[in-house]
Design a protein around this ligand. Structure first.
Ligand SMILES: Nc1nc2c(ncn2[C@@H]2O[C@H](COP(=O)(O)OP(=O)(O)O)[C@@H](O)[C@H]2O)c(=O)[nH]1
Ligand SMILES: [Mg+2]
Length: 306
């Protein structure tokens, strides 16, 4: 499960993995910030008082947010950064901490493997459709002769791995099912399958999602956030965690800017508001405009590993 938004198919409580059904009974699998009126209506009905996890956390949720009331509830207001009916903020912090601590340990292992290989890994994060796969395909064609491999993350389908393989590059597809992000364990398994060559570039295309992938270290050298000019200038402000975690932001689909009244300066200003140190590159993965600076950025990153 994702300890950030509470979704996903497995949940760890006190180091014990529990089933999706059990997670639902405990109310852990029902928090979707995007869909809270529905989630709450459902979890009120499904939860009842079936708290059998033995933690003693019988703090009941407030009944002030029934579906249909239409008022704003700030789910991130508590110390844990989210709220789950039936669980205290303290309890949630424990759940999140154990989940992320386990991930961080596995990510450190991936990072050691990458260092030993002098490989440079980038974790491409964005909302769905911002152009990650298109960018990768063009990048690969411009990196003729450079050892590289791709890990593709999506909930379903091999489509993107097929698009990458069509370029001649090696790709492994990870399907996360209900999961909303790649984690370090999935990436470690994919790295084993890829048998990276020394001094490789490793591209990890994360699941399209501007929220949860921000919190999961995969062992990468850098997160690269792709933001396309069709998404709206306010997205860095609405999803600051992602753009804070990223070392580089790519402002993609720059070819479309004149057609959708997008002002790249405003995108850049908002990116810098949430992350003053972020690198920004404007490009079009479609036309190739601006791509050379991205290739140079990758080569500079690879050079830091040797
Ligand atoms: N005009 C334009 N379209 C693009 C660009 N990059 C990607 N696209 C299109 O955006 C859509 C989604 O791209 P895709 O690479 O699948 O995005 P992903 O979901 O982030 O992997 C496709 O129709 C692409 O052809 C770009 O720079 N300019
Ligand atoms: Mg894709």
């Amino acid at each position: 499960m994702c300890g950030i938004c509470g979704c996903g198919s497995t949940v760890t409580v006190d180091g014990r993995e529990i089933s999706h059904d059990e997670a639902h009974r405990l109310g852990l699998a029902h928090e979707h910030a995007q869909d809270h009126s529905h989630g709450h209506g459902h979890s009120h009905a499904a939860n009842g008082h079936a708290h059998d996890h033995g933690s003693g956390d019988h703090h009941h949720h407030h009944h002030d947010h029934a579906p249909g009331h239409g008022h704003h509830h700030d789910y991130g207001a508590g110390a844990a950064g989210l709220s789950v009916p039936g669980l205290t903020q303290q309890r949630l912090i424990e759940v999140e901490t154990s989940l992320l601590a386990r991930n961080d340990g596995l990510a450190a292992g991936n990072r050691r493997v990458l260092s030993a290989l002098r490989a440079f890994a980038v974790n491409l994060v964005s909302s769905p459709g911002s152009g990650k796969t298109t960018l990768l395909c063009r990048t690969i064609s411009m990196l003729e002769g450079q050892p590289l491999a791709v890990i593709e993350g999506d909930q379903q389908t091999e489509n993107d791995a097929d698009r990458i393989r069509a370029t001649g590059a090696r790709a492994v597809q990870v399907n996360t099912g209900k999961g909303c992000h790649l984690d370090a364990q999935m990436v470690g398994g994919a790295m084993d399958a890829l048998r990276l060559e020394p001094a490789s570039l490793l591209f990890i295309e994360n699941v399209g999602n501007l929220v949860c992938p921000a919190a999961f270290d995969l062992g990468e050298d850098a997160k690269v956030a792709i933001l396309s000019v069709t998404e709206g200038e306010d997205k860095p402000l609405k999803y600051p965690d992602m753009f804070t975690a990223a070392r580089l932001a790519i402002l993609n689909k720059i070819d479309l800017a004149p057609h959708c009244d997008a002002d790249p300066e405003v995108y850049e200003a908002n990116l810098r508001r949430v992350n003053p140190g972020i690198d920004i590159l404007r490009l079009s993965a479609r036309t190739g405009e601006g791509m050379q600076a991205w290739i140079d950025w990758l080569r500079a990153g690879l050079a830091t590993k040797s």
